[in-house]
Design a protein around this ligand. Sequence first.
Ligand SMILES: Cc1cc2nc3c(=O)[nH]c(=O)nc-3n(C[C@H](O)[C@H](O)[C@H](O)COP(=O)(O)O)c2cc1C
Length: 540
Amino acid sequence: MINFSGVKQRLFWKGSPRSISFDAAGMDQKLKNTAENCFIVEDHANRIGIANAGELTTDGKGLQILGMVAPMTAEQLGDPTFKRDYNLKYTYKTGAMANGIASETLVIAMGKAGLLGSFGAAGLVPTRVEQAIDTIQTALMNENYAFNLIHSPNEPALEAGAVKHFLERKVQVVEASAFLNLTLNIVHYRVAGLSKDEKGNILIKNRVIAKISRKEVASHFMQPAPKKYIDQLLADGKITPLQAELSARIPMADDITVEADSGGHTDNRPLVTLLPSIIRLRDQLQQKHEFTTPIRIGAAGGISTPESALSAYMMGAAYIVTGSVNQACLEAGTSEHVRKLLASVSQTDVMMAPASDMFEMGVELQVLKRGTLFGPRAKKLYELYMRYNSIEEIPQEERSKLEKSIFKKPLEEVWQGCINFFNDRDPHQIERAQNNPKRKMALIFRWYLGLSSNWANQGVKDRLTDMQIWCGPAMGAFNDWVKGTYLENYQNREVADVAKHIMQGAAYLYRIQSLKNQGVNLPLEWSVYIPVKNEIEVEI
Ligand SMILES: Cc1cc2nc3c(=O)[nH]c(=O)nc-3n(C[C@H](O)[C@H](O)[C@H](O)COP(=O)(O)O)c2cc1C
């Protein structure tokens, strides 16, 4: 069953022969006991077996050891200070998913299981976010949670409003994302939470987990807040002189999530290239600034299986973040149609398409291409936006096609819809478009891009082919992994359970890979981690 092709070391095993398993079921169980030592031994009849108990000797007495691994549980993976600071069981976080797809239910399920969930506040009106704060704070009195603070270059009022709410409502962890540079808002949030204890230690109340996919952006968050913002906040009376002084001694973020090829906004970088670069950058800046607590670097993008989680940890990730896989879980604030569709996709069923929030800048995000025509249709709109200066310039034939197949109504009516939408949210947007036909065209096109994700979340039946479903290759990888297990059925997918299987699987595989590297060749069925229902208890 097991064979050995490594080099035998002068290492021997002493213990009760009864504690060695030579049968398949016994050996399998011993490999799974990740909290115990695992010794691969060869007895005097040249049989290979596995023991969890016993001890190691070098005196030549006892059984030859072919390989061994120390305990490695899911709890051990990653940086223990991440668990300590956020009061977690595992160094595992779910990323925000806009429009409340990362719903209250999802964040609460994560929090109750000792994991960190981030509410998908992006795209929601302030009253809706406030409602979510109420619900989550009531449910998670002693557990942790985060809220997404998304940079909104087109709607600066939203970003400022979100920070105001987070400060007023004492939201103590934000996941900052889509930032290209620091803004006054994010600096305000961070610095307004600083104080000093009686020993002079800096206390950080407002934690920032910044999600980045570029070194330039990462470096902003890895350094103290810029003086120009501190001076302005001080002049506006938004921070105290003490806070201004303390801000020079701490970085802008506690944690940096390095995001590789992911669902939603992404630069499509491979994690294996990006993560080591950012870790190196952190090390350089840590040397320069000598922060009391070094910034932790986590990994996101493409993580949805034990193998991908383990690879991130082995490259030095302090924690991991999942996204796409959670949208297919029961707690996600999306429709049954989307959940079901996601459970059927493979890794190649995704594509890049224009993003609604940064449409004019040509920014794209990763969406599902199977079961929806959103991607090609959104690309068509961007093409027209680049070619023409106004809606009126679009040839009549083209315009009619748009109204018939994409908008399903006259563009004048769509414009009226934009006015109504922004009147509630950010009236300045309409003012800026009134005398600027290109801007007006962008807002009209963004109507489709914005609503298409609502159609997906609400499962609108006559918009099935227009659904915008953010998704990365991680979804297909997850589907491959769980094929043939109880998690193949999307109705069995729960965020905390999925998280625990990924973590438990990563810990299991850590030891399997280590044994393989020592020359211990295990049968195929023991080289993979198969999720089994209820094998891991979910504490609710
Ligand atoms: C449906 C969906 C919506 C997302 N919305 C946001 C968002 O609003 N803010 C954000 O910071 N990240 C967002 N993300 C990114 C996730 O938080 C996470 O970082 C990413 O999905 C991880 O990569 P993965 O998709 O490969 O697992 C979204 C991802 C998905 C799949």
